[in-house]
Design a protein around this ligand. Structure first.
Ligand code: ADP
Ligand code: MG
Length: 263
């Protein structure tokens, strides 16, 4: 049993506050959906938890069980069992999926004897063309093929907790179903815990959330069961957005804030 615990997480980029106190707990086998409008801070949340450079964590903590993730570089977070499926997968010319997986297995102390066979089995499972296994990672792949590729890597690496940042963006319906089902299987069969970021309900028809959180202006304003998805589908985010005050004071404002300053 593994638990990702995000506590009162505040983060900024370029002096602009994006995350304003996120609290989230995801355990093995659970699916948590995070839904929110464009610019709410969903990708920022995934980037900060995974350790993408450029973000400044100004308060809060992120733990994987008792491991303080914010103290670790990204590769050590991955080795600890955290995995990120990126909204926009990176193209890596000259490096094939099979090479990436072989090195990742070595880094985790896993035998590489069965990498090739596993890749073939997993590719078939999500209808990913085996020809891409030997080609440069994500180069010249369609949106759907890239997301199948990302899903393939997730299946191979068997992380304990995965963050999926808009797995559904750039996907056609068939690819969406294949990828979402594979992740759903991992949660049921391997006990994967998943934090699924999306702003559409369609993904969640295959990848069934236990809890749905609504992220607006850098904070979670509502958490509930799957029925929240239907509320959003019907009413949109407007009611949730208007409940949050507009501009959080930015880091720049803080420079001018002092005793006696009216704010
Ligand atoms: P979402 O994924 O919910 O659409 P993001 O986390 O990508 O939102 O972005 C949240 C806010 O942070 C947006 O207003 C965006 O413009 C801003 N932002 C994201 N990255 C940067 C950056 N590198 N520099 C400045 N602002 C950024
Ligand atoms: Mg995003």
């Amino acid at each position: 049993m593994t638990t990702l615990t995000i506590t009162d997480l505040h983060a900024s980029i370029g002096g602009k506050k994006i995350l304003n106190g996120i609290n989230l707990t995801v355990s093995s086998g659970e699916v948590h959906a995070v839904m929110g409008p464009n610019g709410a801070g969903k990708s920022t949340l995934s980037a900060v938890v995974m350790g993408k450079p450029g973000y400044k964590v100004t308060a809060g903590s992120v733990f994987l069980d008792d491991i303080d993730l914010l103290a670790l570089p990204t590769w050590q977070r991955a080795q600890a069992g955290l995995h990120l499926v990126m909204q926009y997968p990176t193209e890596v010319p000259g490096v094939a999926v099979v090479d990436v997986m072989t090195e990742a297995f070595k880094a985790r102390g896993r035998t590489t004897d069965d990498v090739a066979q596993m890749l073939r089995t997993e590719s078939a499972r999500i209808d990913f063309d085996e020809a891409f296994l030997e080609r440069s990672l994500n180069v010249d792949l369609s949106g759907g093929e890239k997301k199948r590729n990302e899903t393939l890597q997730l299946a191979m690496l068997r992380p304990r907790i995965a963050i999926l940042d808009e797995l559904d963006s750039g996907l056609d319906i068939d690819a969406l179903r294949d990828c979402a089902r594979r992740v759903e299987d991992a949660t049921n069969q391997d006990g994967l815990g998943a934090l699924v970021i999306t702003h559409y309900s369609r993904l969640l028809e295959e990848l069934k959330p236990d809890v749905v959180h609504i992220l607006v202006k850098g904070r979670i304003v509502e958490s509930g069961g799957p029925e929240l998805v239907d509320v959003l589908e019907r009413d949109g985010y407007a009611a949730f957005e208007s409940a949050v005050p507009d501009d959080e004071p930015s880091a720049l404002d803080d420079l001018f804030a002092g005793p006696g300053t009216l704010r």
